[in-house]
Design a protein around this ligand. Sequence first.
Ligand SMILES: *Cc1c(COP(=O)(O)O)cnc(C)c1O
Length: 376
Amino acid sequence: MTARILDFLASRRPEGPCLVVDLDVVRDNFTAFRHALPDTRIFYAVKANPAPEVLSLLADLGSCFDCASIPEIEMALAAGATADRISFGNTIKKERDIARAFELGIRLFAVDCEAEVDKIARQAKGAKVFCRILCDGAGAEWPLSRKFGCEPSMAAEVLEYAHHSGLDAYGVSFHVGSQQANLEAWDGALASAAAIFNQLGERGITLRMVNMGGGFPTRYLKDVPATEAYGRSIDEAVRRHFGNHIPETIIEPGRGMVGGAGMIKAEVVLISKKHRDDEQRWVYLDIGKFGGLAETMEEAIRYPIRTRHDGTETAPCILAGPTCDSADVLYEKTPYPLPLSLEIGDEVLIEGTGAYTTTYSAVAFNGFAPLKAYVI
Ligand SMILES: *Cc1c(COP(=O)(O)O)cnc(C)c1O
């Protein structure tokens, strides 16, 4: 939480629930990434928070952009990024969207199978492609499962196929899982990437780029290592596996760029119990899973929550959102400690909510408006 956000809330008193994003924190985070990995290009993962002010600031600072759709590409272009600073990083693209991206000047595409290579070879002749490899996401609080990427041995074949299809087989990408607290998580994937570089080298194809994805954390309830520590660990792993042939490198931070820059103001709508001598309170807020807090799914992300009663005695509560869907419960398996003196109507501040909130909020479930955002 920053003084600028608290000042904004105190002076403007915006109707909640709403997100307030402090651009100074985004700038500091970008600078920290740049210093931690000075030889690595930063492709901000637009999906984390595509607010025009965030994109413009990052474009001005020299960031590149990882986009997953034509609208995201258009937002990055509108923010001032040139097409050579934008990647179409989704491995799942409609062929007509590839054609449109190519028209817009995009020349860098992700693939993870031959069928996707075929689409790009038809619609984006000569473009650079990188192949995503699977990563198990161990150590991540929001792992990305097996949906994206292929086994490294297959990736070598996909890249060779891309080369023979007239594309520029450019490199390898991976994502170690979001909110990755393990500094060593990049090491295994970099070893696989280096092996693919060697295999293709033996076949006369020189790969040049490793895209090391996102995964950099936001501080929620637990401490996380500093960006600098990630930089050191990743840099060491790159040197360990690539030796004297250091490739071009890219990172794609989303959460780590904007998560800590935002705070949601919300309100307690109801506090109740389920029977007369129930110990546990149910606390219902005016924001829940459908209002932007979707990452509480399976209670994966636990946000810090502040109230005006902080420092007084607490008891564990079941915390839920305001909608008429019984899935709209934030924390129940591991109840959330909140002050006993908490009252209906109290304001609560939910920290670390700058990433993956506005984009996840529903259009109008039960008539509730999508999460409002103020970027300051
Ligand atoms: C979502 C995503 C990111 C950002 O991940 P974070 O963990 O938020 O940093 C980066 N790259 C790709 C391809 C993604 O899909």
